[in-house]
Design a protein around this ligand. Structure first.
Ligand code: CDT
Length: 310
């Protein structure tokens, strides 16, 4: 009997250090290309870049008129600035996910990630579902977290796509803290979830959580991976960006929940893992055999109710 070849996907998490307010798109794309070339040398077929990978994390600043931040958004993807990345990735036969601020023709604003296949074709765009932070200026904070001012909540949910020889899903930053994010994709057989993030270390509503940022980051992604039998690739934009310290600690997590690769710096750094997509079945077909063991009729509150009801 001949053994069936396992589906191996060599994946890179291309962590980024800070992007300054005045950095041009061209300067940023040069950094993305450098990381892409490192990924090519490491044999990657897929590279995940962070959330809002083309600009500084602008929701830290309040503007009365939202249009004052329009220059941080992309109206097309690819566009003139990012085309060199798309072209080079296609030439190298590497796919990638890239987070950016999207402004649509009809004026909608989303925190978006595009997934591009190895042949340069666009697989999908994922728009962030869970938008954290606040809508209005809160001057008492050391810095703002105005995602709820600058982005709409997407209503597209959490689809997964057949790509890269597996079932691929995406989520963005705060999405990773919600178990429903992973489970909705788990119920579609997801085998790898790509998650970009910008997580300030300081959490103004409860600074006692600051020292736990790294712990919570890994906790939620490791649990999501294990409980759904999926790879999770978490990739940060970290370091001190415009005076705000952000978490790095990018990690590639196996379906066992174990971290198999982790960044050691808070700057531009590529980490790589040979992800065996067939390993997912070891969890999906045993402890987490959903069809056999789940009790959805016991979980109706999860979709019927939003906040706590006593
Ligand atoms: N980008 C993003 O979603 N960041 C949030 C920060 C905490 S909420 C102010 C996160 O969940 O990491």
């Amino acid at each position: 009997m001949t053994a069936t070849a396992r589906r191996l996907l060599t994946v890179g998490a291309a962590q980024m250090g800070p992007i300054a307010r005045d950095d041009t798109r061209a300067e940023v794309v040069t950094r993305l290309l450098d990381l892409l070339h490192q990924a090519a040398d490491a044999g990657c077929a897929l590279v995940a870049y962070p959330e809002l990978a083309l600009t500084t994390f602008f929701p830290r600043w309040y503007t009365d008129d939202i249009a004052g931040h329009d220059h941080y958004y992309e109206t097309e993807m690819p566009n003139a600035s990012t085309q060199p990345l798309f072209d080079e990735a296609k030439r190298l036969g590497i796919g990638f996910s890239l987070g950016y601020a999207e402004l649509t023709d009809d004026g909608h604003r989303y925190n978006t990630t595009v997934l591009v296949e190895r042949d340069g074709s666009i697989v999908a765009k994922y728009r962030k579902v869970h938008i954290p932070g606040h809508e209005g200026d809160e001057p008492w904070r050391e810095f703002q977290h105005l995602e709820r001012r600058y982005f709409e909540e997407s209503s597209d949910g959490f689809p997964v796509w057949d790509a890269f020889g597996g079932r691929i899903g995406m989520a963005t930053c705060n999405d990773r803290r919600w178990p429903e994010t992973y489970r909705v994709m788990g119920l579609q057989g997801v085998e790898m979830i790509l998650i970009g993030y910008n997580t300030p270390i300081h959490y103004a509503p409860d600074p006692s959580q600051d020292r736990l940022q790294g712990f919570h980051n890994h906790l939620v992604m490791q649990a999501g991976a294990y409980q759904n039998g999926t790879w999770v690739v978490g990739v940060a934009k970290g370091g001190n960006e415009e005076g705000v310290e952000s978490l790095a600690e990018s990690a590639i997590i196996a379906p066992s929940g174990e971290i198999v690769a982790e960044a050691t710096t808070d700057g531009d750094e590529l980490i790589v893992a040979d992800a065996d997509l067939d390993w997912c079945a070891a969890y999906k077909e045993t402890l987490f055999d959903f069809a056999r063991y789940r009790r959805p009729e016991m979980y109706t509150r999860i979709t019927a109710q939003k906040g706590v009801e006593r």
